[in-house]
Design a protein around this ligand. Structure first.
Ligand code: G
Ligand code: G
Ligand code: MN
Ligand code: NA
Length: 253
């Protein structure tokens, strides 16, 4: 209960901030986007891991406020980088299933884009398979989000239970291969087979595929060899502060 109270005050106390993890084109090394990842630094508790506070935020409804803050801050940061001379093509923001329960998600996204002036196609919303399968009106919301021009990605792909029939109906442009399938490449040939299958599936459905959790040059080479030219992971960069992203990529071409 105490944790809940502290979490509720975290935004107003400026304890919430974002890290950004670069997404990279493998063959050229170019920056193609960043994923925003929320952080909570409490003076008493220290840095609290998202796996601890996101579920709590979801259970208490605070996720709606938090999700709105994350989205606004993400869009604002894109404009700030641009003002500082760094063009980041797109920003990916995670959405929780709970944010779809109110039905106001589409308005919220549209309002924030208008307020910040970020072009809709530069925002990519990451949905998990559970968002898609557990939300009654998921298809309606997802189509509405597509209609306002934002990009949509399926996060942690392969770990959930979205049916392929569903996938075909959705206006989703990107599959993110879950990092559990990447981490043991090249040692685990089953994981290699799964990664290849997801890359092929994406190709067949005209979707782009990005691999998460890429930690080694071998993994990046494997992906490239099998037709996946986008990656995110510690091999390229850890999630870092906006200023560090600016310093690393400004003038990097
Ligand atoms: O670094 P990492 O520990 O950031 O993230 C752990 C988990 O928390 C991931 O599953 C990630 O998707 C989730 N997460 C990170 N930031 C956000 C956010 O802003 N909103 C939601 N709903 N989940 C997030
Ligand atoms: O569930 P989602 O994909 O949104 O969460 C991203 C999570 O993956 C974050 O916790 C982020 O810190 C973590 N992450 C990003 N790159 C790597 C990586 O190369 N290795 C590992 N182990 N974790 C990573
Ligand atoms: Mn994600
Ligand atoms: Na993921």
């Amino acid at each position: 209960l105490r944790l809940e109270t502290m979490l509720r005050r975290s935004i107003e106390k400026n304890e919430i901030f974002l890290n950004y993890q670069p997404q990279v084109e493998i063959d050229s090394g170019r920056l193609i986007g960043v994923e925003a990842l929320v952080r909570w630094n409490n003076p008493e508790l220290g840095l609290v891991a998202p796996v601890r506070f996101i579920p709590l935020a979801e259970d208490t409804g605070f996720i709606n406020q938090l999700g709105k803050w994350v989205l606004y801050e993400s869009c604002r940061q894109m404009i700030r980088w641009q003002e500082d001379g760094l063009y980041v093509p797109k920003i990916a923001v995670n959405l929780s299933v709970k944010q779809f329960e109110r039905g106001s998600i589409v308005c919220m996204v549209a309002d924030i884009l208008e307020e910040t002036g970020l072009a809709p196609h530069r925002l990519q919303l990451e949905l998990t398979e559970s968002v898609i399968m557990n939300t009654g009106d998921a298809l309606v919301f997802i189509n509405d989000l597509h209609a306002i021009g934002v990009g949509l990605a399926i996060d942690d792909f392969g770990t959930g239970y979205s049916s392929l029939a569903y996938l075909k109906q959705l206006p989703v442009q990107t599959l993110k291969i879950d990092r559990s399938f990447i981490k043991d490449i090249p040692a685990d040939s089953d994981d290699e087979a799964i990664a290849i299958a997801i890359i092929q599936l994406g190709k067949s459905l005209n979707m782009s595929v990005i691999a998460e959790g890429v930690e080694t040059a071998d993994q990046a080479a494997f992906l490239l060899r099998h037709g996946c030219n986008q990656a995110q992971g510690y091999f390229y960069s850890r999630p870092e502060l906006a200023q560090a992203v600016l310093e690393r990529w400004l003038g990097a071409g």
